[in-house]
Each structure stands twice: as structure tokens, then as C-alpha cells.
Write a protein that binds this ligand. Structure first.
Ligand SMILES: Cc1ncc(COP(=O)(O)O)c(C=O)c1O
Length: 474
């Protein structure tokens, strides 16, 4: 390496700045080259003799050029997006300091920061004595919730193993697919995930949950867990947590709430009622990398009774090379399924210090206002239609000119493809029942009303061209 540290950091910072600033210039959101073109043209080879640092930093420019620009206002695809600079700073410093979160000894201030965040997020959820851990994402947070439910239903199953073939978990029919992954990992299998019917707005129906539990028992199954969703992936629906908690607890079941997407509503006095009853849940997962716009990954698992999580993670007690009794309550590795663990808390903490609770509330309210705006625009345009009632910032709609002869699902799928092809916008394609919908979400802090207007205009433009039989422009 011939560069000294200062010159090296300057070089990297120059590229970083160019990337950050590019978001305000005209440009594409998706890379121009297709995957086959990239495969053919990019030099990705791993050399036998290294090229040396002087010769590879330009590779970073190539990488940026061939990446999706998730910080641009035209990026409206998944349940995350934008780039917040304090969070980015936290991410960079966490990587540079490279502390591992398993012990207090190896991450002193990081431990205190993570404890502070977990405590505050537990307070927001209404778990005054709760604890938890940062996880690798909402998917693993759901898995952890189901594992804790299993440990409570079958104490010691962590140690003795168990026969999962009759164990049943109940989820909304519109729950995220990570519940299937979780059912596999915890040892009950996909077929023991019972999907409970939803109402017209995509919320789990409590009376159907009751019926499904009773039916499962009659079939000889052992219900042990209900997973409610606070903010479903496609429609942004909130299951009625209060009613589900009453049923789950009367039946002796654990209630885990997947608030990966909707958890941030707890900051807003206007919108927190969406999660009414959250204090009655047993565990919650909440992704700060979604609505709270912290860089990927940043996800928290919260539990009302910390002892169950500690029991679940009792494997840590044999690791004499890491854990010692003096720091038992501060070694966060005793509450985690990971061994070495990156510090995802720093970026959230620094972002929270910048914004405060008030800033988070404002952000949620602003996203909701923008979603109202977009919905109103769709309602005003006879060529567009909303495909589901809106509760959160998910806006599910489609282009529908009402003319004959077109498969409207194909038209909307093609609209999305053309947007990506021309690099103008990225939006999710999802299904509601048999219908293809364009699922917009308000989450990216760089989205503006002007970009929302341009987005709808572009959707209509492509819809009209497709219906007139015009090919996509090159
Ligand atoms: C409702 C819901 N739960 C869980 C997840 C999974 O979160 P992650 O991608 O952090 O694993 C998602 C992802 O979009 C989601 O929408």
C-alpha cells in the first residue's frame, strides 16, 4: 500500500461525496447496463498478484456507477431508502472502530449505547422491564420471537430438543415470508404455520384466529404462538394487536408482533394508536433501517421477560474464552444468537441524538402526509386507481384506463419494467389477490412532492404508450 492514511481517506471521501451529491443531479436511479452486460464487461477477477491500492480505488467508482442509487428521490421500491448522513457517519465509525458487541470488554461504549436504545425502545413499546438485542434484521427478529415462544411453551427445549410436528403458529394471511423461514429454523416446518384470514383492509380477523386455534386443537395440534403484523409488507395493514393479545393470552399462547415496518408509528401521537395494545405483546421486532431511515442493517428485538431470551441463549455460558461472571449483566452476547456481532446501534444512536423523539415523530407524520398527498393525486386521476385502503405509507395502486382489450396486470407489470429500463423510477410490483399492483411507499427522506408528481406522470405516460401498442423507447 503506497498511500498514507490521510491521502487514502481523502480519496475514499472524495468518492463518497460525489455519490452523496449526485442524488440532486439529473441521472438514473437504476444502472444503465443490464446484468448480462455487466457480466460481460466488468473486470471482477481476483488477481494472483495484487494490483496495489493505487490501482483499485477506481473500482469503487465502477461499483457506485453500477449500483442502484437508493439515495435518489426516484427510489421508491422497498420499505427502506434514502441516505441519512448522521446514520452514515455512525456506520463508518462502527466499521472503523470494529468493536464486537458480544462483550462489554470488547465494546465498552457500544454496550452502553445498545443498552440505552433497547431500554428506550422498550419504553415506547410499553415493556418497562423489557430487554432485547440487535439482530441481523426483522426476519431474524421474527425467528427469535418464535424461538422464545417455543422456549416458554416447552421450557428447556433449547437444551433437550423437541418434536415440532404438532406445534402450530398463527399468522396473518398477509404476513411477511420470514415467518415461513422461522418455522423451518425453529423446527416446526412450513406446514405448521396457520394463515389466518384477513379483512378487506388486510388485517388479521380476531374471530378467525379464535376459530383456527380451536380447530387446530381439535386436530391434535399444539398452538404455541401468534405472530401479529404491525405494518404488512404490501398493504401496510396493522393487525388489531389488542384483540389478538386477549385471544393469545386466554389460550396460553405467546404474542410476537412483527413491527419491522410499522414500529416507528410509536413516535407519533397522531398515529401511535395503530399499535394499540402493543404493551400486551410478549415480544416485538422493529427495523430502524426501514421507516427510521438508518442504513441497512439496523433491527431490534424486544422482549417483555428478558429471562426467556437469556435461557434461549444459554449456549453462551460455556464460552469461558469470552464470558466471565463479573460482567454477566453487561455482556450482550448472553442475549444473542450471534457470536461476533457488528455495532448496529451506533448509527441509530447518533441519528436519534440528532433528531430526538420529536424529530422521529415529525418524520413519521411527514411520510404520512406525503402518502395522503399521493393518494389524493391518484384519486383525482381517472386513469389511476387505489387498490387497497391506506393505513400506513404504503400506497397500492395501478394504471387502469378502463379500456377494453388489455390485460391490466400485464400493462402494470410492463409499466414498472419500462420505468426501470429508462432509469426514471424504481417502485415495487406486488399482488393483492389476483391483481398486480404498483406498491409505492413513503419512506425515503429524499422523496419530494415534485418527485411524486413526476412519478405518477411517468406511470400514466407508459400506461398510455403500452395501451397504444407503442414499444419501449431505447
Ligand atoms: C412486515 C415485515 N416483516 C419483516 C420483514 C423482514 O425484515 P428484514 O428485511 O429486516 O429481515 C419485512 C421486510 O420487508 C417486512 O415487511
Amino acid at each position: 500500500m503506497t498511500l498514507d492514511a490521510e491521502a487514502f481517506i481523502d480519496e475514499v471521501a472524495r468518492r463518497l461525496l460525489a455519490h452523496v451529491q449526485e442524488k440532486d443531479r439529473p441521472g438514473r436511479v437504476s444502472p444503465e447496463a443490464s446484468l448480462p452486460t455487466m457480466r460481460r464487461t466488468l473486470d471482477l477477477g481476483l488477481p494472483l498478484e495484487g494490483f496495489g491500492v493505487d490501482n483499485v480505488l477506481d473500482d469503487l467508482d465502477t461499483y457506485i456507477a453500477n449500483s442502484v442509487k437508493t439515495n435518489r428521490s426516484e427510489f421508491m421500491n422497498p420499505l427502506w431508502g434514502g441516505l441519512s448522513l448522521p446514520g452514515l457517519a455512525g456506520e463508518i465509525i462502527a466499521a472503523a472502530t470494529n468493536n464486537s458487541m458480544y462483550t462489554y470488554e470488547l465494546s465498552p461504549m457500544g454496550t452502553l449505547i445498545e443498552q440505552t436504545l433497547i431500554k428506550r425502545m422498550n419504553e415506547l413499546a410499553g415493556f418497562p422491564d423489557g430487554f432485547g438485542t440487535f439482530t441481523t434484521g426483522g426476519s431474524n427478529g421474527n425467528m427469535l420471537g418464535m424461538l422464545c415462544a417455543r422456549e416458554r411453551a416447552l421450557p428447556n427445549s433449547t437444551k433437550t430438543g423437541f418434536d415440532g410436528r404438532a406445534m402450530a403458529v398463527f399468522v396473518s394471511a398477509e404476513a411477511h415470508y420470514s415467518v415461513l423461514m422461522s418455522s423451518n429454523v425453529i423446527g416446526i416446518g412450513h406446514q405448521n404455520v396457520i394463515k389466518v384470514a384477513c379483512d378487506d383492509e388486510g388485517r388479521m380477523r380476531p374471530e378467525r384466529l379464535q376459530e383456527e386455534i380451536e380447530f387446530a386443537r381439535r386436530e391434535g395440534m399444539i398452538p404455541f404462538c401468534v405472530v401479529a403484523t404491525a405494518g404488512t409488507t404490501v398493504r401496510g395493514a396493522f393487525d388489531p394487536i389488542d384483540a389478538l393479545a386477549s385471544i393469545a393470552h386466554e389460550e396460553g399462547l405467546w404474542l410476537h408482533v412483527d413491527a419491522a415496518w410499522g414500529g416507528a408509528c410509536l413516535f407519533s401521537s397522531t398515529h401511535r394508536s395503530l399499535m394499540h395494545g402493543i404493551d400486551k405483546a410478549d415480544s416485538v421486532c422493529w427495523d430502524a433501517h426501514k421507516m427510521m431511515s438508518v442504513p441497512l442493517m439496523c433491527s431490534v428485538f424486544l422482549i417483555k421477560e428478558p429471562e426467556i431470551l437469556r435461557r434461549l441463549c444459554d449456549h453462551a455460558s460455556v464460552a469461558h474464552y469470552l464470558f466471565h461472571s463479573e460482567a454477566a449483566s453487561d455482556d450482550l452476547g448472553r442475549y444473542s444468537l450471534q457470536c461476533a456481532r457488528r455495532n448496529d446501534a451506533l448509527k441509530l444512536w447518533i441519528e436519534w441524538r440528532v433528531r430526538g423523539d420529536a424529530g422521529w415523530a415529525k418524520m413519521v407524520d411527514q411520510n404520512m402526509d406525503d402518502a395522503d398527498y399521493l393518494e389524493a393525486k391518484i384519486d383525482q386521476d381517472p386513469r389511476l386507481e387505489m387498490m387497497s385502503k391506506r393505513t400506513w405509507t404504503n400506497v397500492c395502486f395501478r394504471y387502469n384506463p378502463g379500456s377494453d382489450g388489455h390485460d391490466i396486470n400485464e400493462v402494470n407489470a410492463e409499466i414498472r419494467q419500462r420505468l426501470i429500463h429508462e432509469g426514471s423510477f424504481m417502485v415495487s410490483r406486488s399482488n393483492i389477490g389476483e391483481e398486480v399492483v404498483l406498491r409505492m411507499v413513503l419512506v425515503n427522506q429524499n422523496v419530494t412532492r415534485a418527485s411524486l408528481d413526476r412519478f405518477l406522470a411517468r406511470v400514466v405516460h407508459h400506461g398510455e404508450e403500452i395501451c397504444r401498442g407503442l414499444p419501449a423507447a431505447d
